[in-house]
Design a protein around this ligand. Structure first.
Ligand code: GLC
Length: 716
């Protein structure tokens, strides 16, 4: 449809029809095989007409079902306007990839784009048009259950991932490429900063901090072309995002120049009432529409009160027309007016969804996402070694993660299954080993196997439901029964490797005696096969943490790009009056960017082409990287910059670049980064981005802690 045709269509619509377009209902209003809900079900007081004409639907899947629903929708819609089918495809549709915190640990942007492309392909052929992804909320508090959905604690890295997720989902031409889906970036804004890591809790931060650390990820997704934005449940400076005019009209629409659709999160419009800024649904509807929310997900404040608000002159009809226009434009951009069934194809669905090709790619990406945290000469296993694989996660197929919707655990490959194809000398139990309350029989059997083995894999972790939405934890240690079991194993065999399936950085107290630790996250459908490949050295681990692991939850929030403070511990560690704890270090157990390899990568000293930079020049930082081992491997070389004196306090270091470098045994390569003035800009007290003349430190290394540095000056 042309722009004018959209405007003509809008003019033909009645007030009721326009208001109905702003409603999104869950699949269960349309589909016999409705999927699980992703939010509380309010009493909606809907009429049959409103249900029939609600502008968009969430949670439908399956090509035949999607076609049936669209057909029924078009029959009932007087003007032949199609619905949009949306759903949460967060890290895979049916072929499930590692959770985004795992993808973030891969530092592999190509892998991220490939994941999104495959997810879109499977979702589109199954009838979907929009995914509620990428989630780009910056996270610094592992108590929050949804850190699993984020790529981590750094806005530069999150931004790079956001760009590639959007590219993978949307491709170049949504209107004609029906193997793609529209991306909805979420949750706008700063949902990850919930106080105390408690989901849906208040967010309190300065505008400057919001702009510096939290907004860049969303903006990167929008610059990459994301078609929708979803509001967040939290408040931003005392006003819930879903009713926050400044956030959506000033920042999103004006500053970010976003013309697309804003959709509320589930029930978030009506939640303006419990937030305490709207006295009733009518007030909530008014605030949300004035703030710029186009689609109300799963509550009916708009349906029930917009007519009244417009007739009373409390809300100009132009705001309604604007919202409906954006929704119609989205339907147009998706090609739905011409092809309302878009990519839905029950025949192709059978060959595309969960294909062997997709599984193989998911396995490769899972390998890249895993992080070797510790290796005291115990890994990789040798084929002649007898290995026991014990513990709750050994045979577990519940490794898809909390946002794996269409993924089916029974289709996942467990660690035991993955190992079976790599070693003939495995000792594996038969007893079911519960994550929280293992039976004596299961423990006894496991200890017997451990005693007979050369080395032992103790497979531990969280249950899938211990992370994700509404799954915050105040104590982020492994379950106590697992820690007790680990100690029992040590008594019979101290050659122990712990593997972890989890949705957040954990407090790993209690497994210090492990000689090896592999962080596998929730690795997806092929996770066990990928983990086995790492343990037996078929893949040389290359993952690097994108979120810090604390020593203890008492340090949280803990993140690498922190401020120096006026009394830095490092300067005078023996001084009493410095920024420190009496009972624990200031530092993460495993810092941002950390991860080991089977290779031994050595860095030369850092060098600069010049120690003077101007706004029109650039300087090159370089290091020589050598692989001092017999293992070919991949290193992620990281560039950090520290602005020694800013107009406002600057973090002690900030990630400004990274390069993934493959090195054969004994090979060495020169790795370079170019630095120009743009990398030195930050948000000043006037909320503007700019750089300051002065002294800077460039740092390069394998993680945010082990870096070599060199100074340079920016002259203006
Ligand atoms: C949930 C989540 C959001 C998701 C939406 C639809 O409450 O907060 O991320 O996209 O509802 O399922």
């Amino acid at each position: 449809m042309k722009q004018q045709e959209i405007l003509d269509l809008l003019k033909k619509m009645t007030l009721e029809e326009k208001i109905d377009q702003l409603l999104q209902l869950a699949a269960e209003f349309y589909s016999e095989n409705a999927e699980e809900r992703t939010g509380p079900m309010a009493d909606l007081g809907l009429t049959e007409t409103t249900i029939a004409n609600a502008g968009t639907t969430l949670g439908v899947s399956g090509a035949e079902e999607a076609i049936r629903i669209q057909k029924k929708y078009l029959e009932k819609n007087r003007l032949g306007i199609p619905t949009i089918l949306m759903a949460d495809i967060i890290h895979g549709f049916r072929t499930i990839f590692p959770i985004p915190l795992g993808l973030g640990s891969s530092w592999d942007l190509d892998a991220a784009e490939k994941m999104a492309e495959i997810s879109a392909k499977e979702a589109a052929v199954s009838g979907l048009h929009v995914t509620f992804s990428p989630m780009v909320d910056l996270v610094r508090d592992p108590r929050w259950g949804r850190v699993m959905e984020s790529t981590g604690e750094d806005s530069f890295l999150n931004s790079r991932f956001a760009e590639r997720f959007v590219k993978g989902y949307q491709g170049e031409n949504l209107k004609e490429d029906f193997s793609r889906v529209a991306a909805c970036v979420k949750h706008f804004a700063a949902y990850g900063a919930a106080i105390a890591g408690r989901d849906y809790n208040t967010v309190n931060m300065s505008e400057r901090q919001l702009r510096e650390s939290y907004l860049p990820g969303y903006q990167a997704a929008l610059v990459a072309g994301a078609k929708l934005v979803m509001t967040s449940f939290n408040t931003v400076d005392g006003i819930p995002a879903t009713g926050n005019k400044w956030l959506f009209r000033e920042i999103l629409r004006k500053e970010f120049d976003f013309q697309g659709v804003v959709i509320s999160d589930w029930g978030a419009v009506k939640e303006l009432i419990p937030h305490g800024v709207a006295k009733d649904e009518k007030e909530a509807a008014k605030q949300a529409l004035i703030a710029g929310v186009d689609i109300e997900m799963m509550t009916t404040c708009y349906s029930n009160y917009l007519r009244e608000l417009i007739e009373e002159g409390q809300v100009p009809v132009e705001l309604l027309d604007e919202a409906v226009g954006r929704i119609l434009e989205l339907k147009n951009e998706l090609g739905l007016f011409e092809q309302p069934f878009r990519g839905a194809d029950p025949v192709k669905e059978k060959e595309i969804v969960l294909s062997n090709e997709h599984r193989a790619i998911a396995c490769e990406i899972a390998k890249k996402s895993m992080v070797l945290l510790k290796n005291d000469d115990i890994l990789p296993f040798k084929k002649e070694e007898t290995i026991a694989i014990i513990g709750p996660a050994a045979a577990s197929k519940k490794i898809l993660g909390a946002w794996s919707w269409q993924g089916k655990s029974e289709e996942a490959i467990s660690l035991v299954e993955g190992a079976t194809s790599l070693s003939k000398k495995l000792l594996i139990g038969n007893e079911v080993f519960d994550y929280l309350e293992p039976t004596t029989a299961a423990i006894q059997e496991a200890l017997l196997l451990a005693e007979q083995a050369d080395k032992v894999v103790v497979a531990l972790g969280e249950l899938e439901e211990m992370s994700g939405e509404a799954a915050s934890r105040s104590d982020i240690r492994l379950p106590s029964a697992q820690l007790a079991f680990f100690q029992q194993v040590l008594e019979v065999n101290d050659q122990v490797v712990v593997t972890l399936y989890n949705g957040r950085p954990l407090d790993l107290q209690g497994i210090d005696e492990a000689k090896g630790i592999v962080e596998a996250w929730f690795p997806g459908t092929e996770g066990g096969r990928a983990l086995a490949a790492i343990l037996w050295g078929k893949y040389n681990p290359s993952g690097r943490l994108s979120m810090s692991f604390p020593e203890t939850v008492g340090q949280v929030p803990i993140y690498y790009n922190c401020d120096n403070t006026g009394r830095p511990f490092e300067t005078t560690p023996d001084e009493k009056y410095v920024s420190k704890y009496l009972d624990v270090s200031n530092y993460a157990k495993y810092p941002f960017g950390f991860g080991l390899s089977y290779s031994d990568f050595r860095y030369s000293e850092i060098s600069l082409t010049s120690d003077e930079l101007t706004p029109t020049t650039e300087i090159t930082v370089s290091v020589t990287l050598k692989n001092q081992s017999a293992y070919a491997g991949e290193e992620t070389v990281q560039l950090y910059i520290h602005d020694l004196v800013g107009e406002v306090v600057r973090p002690v270091k900030e990630l400004k670049g990274f390069k993934k470098v493959q090195l054969a045994p004994s090979e060495e390569k020169i790795v370079t980064f170019s630095i120009d003035e743009s990398l030195l800009r930050y948000v000043h007290s006037n909320q503007e981005m700019s750089s300051d003349a002065g002294e800077f430190e460039a740092m390069v290394g394998p993680n945010s802690r082990e870096v070599s540095s060199v100074r340079f000056n920016l002259k203006k």
